[in-house]
Design a protein around this ligand. Sequence first.
Ligand code: FEO
Ligand code: CA
Ligand code: CA
Ligand code: CA
Length: 590
Amino acid sequence: NPRGAAAAPKLGFAEIPHAYDENLHVPQGYTAKTLLRWGDPIIAGAPDFDPLKHDAAAQAGQFGYNCDFVHFCPLPEGSGASDHGLLVVNHEYTDAHMIFPGFADGKAALEATTAEMAAYEQAGHGLSVVEVKRDGNGWSAVPDSRLNRRITLATEMELVGPAAGDARLKTAADATGTRVLGTMNNCAGGWTPWGTILTAEENVHQYFGGDPEATPEAANAKRMGIKGEPSYAWGKFADRFDISKEPNEPNRFGWIVEVDPYDPASMPKKHTALGRFKHEAATTVINGDNRLVVYTGDDERFEYVYKYVSSGTFDPAAGRANSTLLDDGTLYVAKLDADGNVTWLPLTFGEGPLTEAKGFKNQADVLIEARRAGDLLEATKMDRPEDIEASDKTGKVYVVLTKNDKRKAEQVDAANAREKNIWGHIVEMVPPMKDGRADHAADRFTWNAFIQAGNPKDPEAKAIYGGEVSDAGWFANPDNIAFDASGRLWISTDGFPDHGVHDGLWVTETEGEGRAVTRHFLGCPRGAELCGPAFTPDGKTLFVAVQHPGDEDGSNFQNPSTRWPDFKDGMPPRPSVVAITKDDGGEIGA
Ligand code: FEO
Ligand code: CA
Ligand code: CA
Ligand code: CA
C-alpha cells in the first residue's frame, strides 16, 4: 500500500486485513507469543491449570480471568530495562458460563451459582503482578518469583483521601471506614511518576444484590446503576454483597486504586479524592509547575470526563511519599462547548450547586456521589468515556468515546455529534501553553474531533479520519489507547464484531500528514475484545490482553467459538496476555 505508506510515513508495517476467525493475527515480520494465560500458576506452590477443577485457593495463585489493563514495570526499578520487568495486569470480570462446565449461558450459571463458584469468581478478579524476562527464546514468565502477586476480592486495602473514614464508608466489618477487602471490575488504569500503578474500578454495580430502595443509599445506588439485579450471586453467600444488609459496601468500590508492584506486601490504596464512578482509566501527567494531573473517564452512556489536579507538587527525591499528591487536590468535570472550548468545573463542596441545599454535607458526599455533582454542574454527557491518554510529545490529550447507541437526535451535541453512535469517536483536547509547556492544570482547554470512527464508505456512518484510510484501516468502538516511545497512538477496540470485523489494534500518527489516518496492526480471535496495549520503554515489545475469547451469543464452556490459545479438545478459550516482537528486533510499528 504505497499510498498509505506515504500518508503515514512513520508506520512501516504491512497492514493486515479485516477478518473474523479463531486466531490472533499480526503483520508479516512480527511474532506473537502467548505469555500468560488464565490459570497459569504464578505464585510458588500454585497448581497447574485444570479446566475441570475450579478451586478458589488454586485460582488465587494463578493468573486471573479476563485480562484488561497491562503495564510493564522495568526491573530493577528505575533501570528503564526493556528485557526484564514486572507485568501488572487487571482481571476485569469473570464469565461463569465460559469458566464452569454445564451451563447454557450466563443466566443459567448465575442462577446455579454455589458458594464454591462465587469464591472462584472472586479469586479470578483483581490483578496479577508477574515477573517476566526476554531471552533468546523470547518472553517468558518467572512463575515462582517472590515479586509475583495476586490481588483479589480478599486483599486488604486502605481507603485514603477526603472521604476515608466518612460515615457512608463504614460497615459492620469496618467501623473505621478505612479498610476494604478487595477491588473489582478493574478495567483500564495508569501509572504514576513514582513507580506505582493505578487501577480503575469500573462496573461495580454488577456485584451487589438486595433491594437498594429500602436503604438510606437508594438514590446514590440508583445513580450508580445498582438495582438489585446483579450479574454475580455473591450476595447470597456474603452480606457485604447484599446492599439491603450492608448499604455502605458499594460506596467502598468505584474508586481509583494505587498498587505498588515492586512491594508484594504493600497494601493497595483507594484514593477517594479522584471521585467515585465507573472509572475506566487514570492517566497521570506532571504539569509544568510540577503539580500532578490525572485524567479519568466514567464509562457509561451519557457520563463524564474528569481530571484531578494535586495541591502539592511532585518531588522526584520523595519516591513513594508522592502518593499523598493523590489525596489533596481538586477534581474537575469537563464541559465541552460548541465553540471548541473545554471548561473544567471543580467538584468542590460549598462551591456552586454543591451545597447542603442540594444534599451534600461535605466533600466526602461530593466524591461518593461524583456523578450527581457532575449532573448539577451541567457537565457534557459523553458517548461512554473509555481511555484517556496525553501525548508527552505535544501535550495534547486524547479522550476515547467507545459508542452510544442510545443518543437521540435531540441529544446530539458538538462533542458527541452523531445520533445512535454505534461507531465511537476520539476527541482531542488541547491544553493552553504556559512557559513553553502544555498547562494541564488550566481551567480551560480547547477541543476538536480527532476521529469519528466507522467505515468511510458508509454514508450513514459519517466517519471522519485525517485522510484516506485503507479498507483495513477503518475501525469502530475504540476503547484502550497507548502512546509508544516514538509518539504513535495505538487504538484497541471493543465491539467491532457488531460491524462484522474482529476487534484488534489500529495505529496512527497524531501530527503531520499521517495524523488520524489509522492502519490495522492486530486482529483478535473471535469473541474477544483487545485490551492493554502496553510497550516496553524501548518500544520493541508490545503487550496486549485478549479478553473474553470465544464468548459470543450461544457460546459456553462446552461450545466456545474458539479454543484460542491452546486449541485442545476440552480446553476452554483462555483470556491471555500476548507479547509481540518484530522478527528483526526493531521497534514495533516502525
Ligand atoms: Fe471495562 Fe470501559 O471497559
Ligand atoms: Ca475498557
Ligand atoms: Ca491506556
Ligand atoms: Ca469497553
